[in-house]
Design a protein around this ligand. Structure first.
Ligand code: HMG
Length: 383
């Protein structure tokens, strides 16, 4: 064994529904090119009433575990911004749905979109301590902004499940990374709000500050140099943000950076919308699936979570994502379109925890949120 630790395998899941941003633009009286070109988004996933972060996260993990098995998994970390309970972790629900053994520690992590990367780093630490162990990391989010707000076209939903292991097949994460934290109110979600509050322009400058700060820290700590990094996968709240970020990084470095990978990594996110904690790893998957020439080369991963925390990792690509591009395309094509009136109706639906309620059966995924019984959330396999 080489001592290498990283992502052994990765799988993506999303929601039952999808909204075409051309329809949203028409309904809001906005030129469709503002969303398609200005934001770089085509469609956004939207959950059915019986879907949420748990059903998406467990669906991604189920597909992953069918390939890898669960041997050696003693930790399940669930990263999310859109938590469904103030106390019980989404990891505990997912653990139950996946039928994992009791000898597993299960926990939820939060720092806006950054938490998936915190989970990945913690997982690497666990595997470094005991290379026989493997860690299941789930990053799953539903991005929700108020109807008619500037953030509305940047909603979306997806989950990524990753198996972190020694001697990984997919991606070997380098030990050195660059980190950056600044206490800033660019985006947040109060405990009693189902939608995020955001200062859009501040959020974009905070993202760039975190990127440049993390870059400088990476260099100061002797991390990979610019000429050693073939492409950087970015957190994509909307895909144009990665273009803006890379331009600012190039100006910071005083050198041109190759823009081609920005197109490759955007292919899935353009159709999913923002998936907060999952977004960077969706971009990474698209990059690996779309450019086999990256095998044997080093990529960067820039993770940003409002509030704000940034981290720039680098990693050696060990293989391309066998067959995943076809699976993701099938999944994107299988979503059922929602008209804007129905989307607006569903956007307003919430299930208060003090009233028992059953959800309608809609999702075609493997798991569903059945409703509230005795004040508690109930999940079940779709059978
Ligand atoms: P806005 O004010 O509606 O849009 O909100 P705008 O007027 O700035 O226009 C957007 C772009 O479209 C501009 O391009 C326009 O020129 C262009 P730019 O100049 O910036 O390159 N445009 C057009 N292009 C082509 N044809 C047209 C046309 N019209 C205009 N006809 C904003 C945009 C992103 C602020 C809004 O959507 C928003 O608030 N989104 C949510 C916040 C967000 O995504 N922030 C990103 C950074 S923070 C982050 O990544 C963290 C996050 O994921 C949360 C977490 O950490 O958990 C959000």
């Amino acid at each position: 064994m080489s001592g290498a630790i990283g992502i052994h395998d990765l799988e993506i899941a999303t929601t039952h529904h999808v909204i075409d941003l051309a329809d949203l633009a028409a309904a809001r009286g906005v030129d469709a090119d503002k969303f398609r070109i200005g934001l770089g988004q085509d469609r956004m996933s939207f959950p059915a009433p019986d879907e949420d972060i748990v059903t998406m996260g467990a669906a991604a993990a189920k597909a992953l575990l069918e390939r890898t098995g669960a041997d050696g998994i003693r930790t399940l970390m669930f990263a999310t911004e859109s938590g469904i309970d103030q106390s019980k972790s989404a990891a505990a629900f997912a653990h139950g749905l996946l039928g994992l053994p009791a000898q597993v520690r299960a926990v939820e992590l939060k720092q806006a979109c950054y938490a998936g990367t915190a989970a990945l780093q913690a997982a690497i630490g666990i595997v470094a301590r005991n290379p026989q162990e493997r860690v299941l990391v789930i990053a799953s989010d539903v991005a929700r902004y108020a109807l008619h707000s500037p953030g509305e076209p940047t909603q979306g939903a997806a989950a990524v499940a990753m198996l972190v292991a020694a001697d990984p097949a997919l991606l070997e994460i380098d030990p050195v990374s660059g980190v950056f934290t600044a206490d800033v109110d660019d985006f947040w979600r109060p405990n009693d709000s189902s939608v995020a509050l955001v200062d859009g322009k501040l959020s974009m400058s905070a993202y760039v500050d975190a990127l440049l700060g993390a870059w400088d820290d990476l260099q100061a700590r002797g991390g990979a140099r610019p000429d050693e990094i073939a492409a950087i996968a970015y957190h994509q709240p909307f895909t144009k943000m990665a273009v803006k970020a890379q331009r600012r990084l190039a100006a910071h470095l005083g050198t041109a950076l190759d823009d081609e990978p920005l197109t490759t990594m955007s292919v899935y996110n353009r159709g999913l919308g923002n998936s907060y904690t999952a977004s960077l790893y969706v971009a990474l998957a698209a990059l690996l699936d779309g450019d086999a020439s990256l095998v044997g080369r080093r990529v960067g991963l820039f993770s940003y979570g409002s509030g704000s925390v940034g981290e720039l990792l680098t990693a050696l690509v060990r293989s391309a994502g066998a067959g995943r591009a076809e699976r993701v395309q099938r999944m994107l094509d299988a979503r059922v379109g929602l008209g804007i009136a129905e989307y607006e109706r569903l956007h307003a639906v919430s299930y208060p925890s003090d009233t028992d309620a059953e959800t309608p059966r809609v999702t075609a995924g493997p798991f569903r949120f059945a409703g509230i019984r005795g004040g508690a959330r109930v999940y079940e396999p779709v059978g």
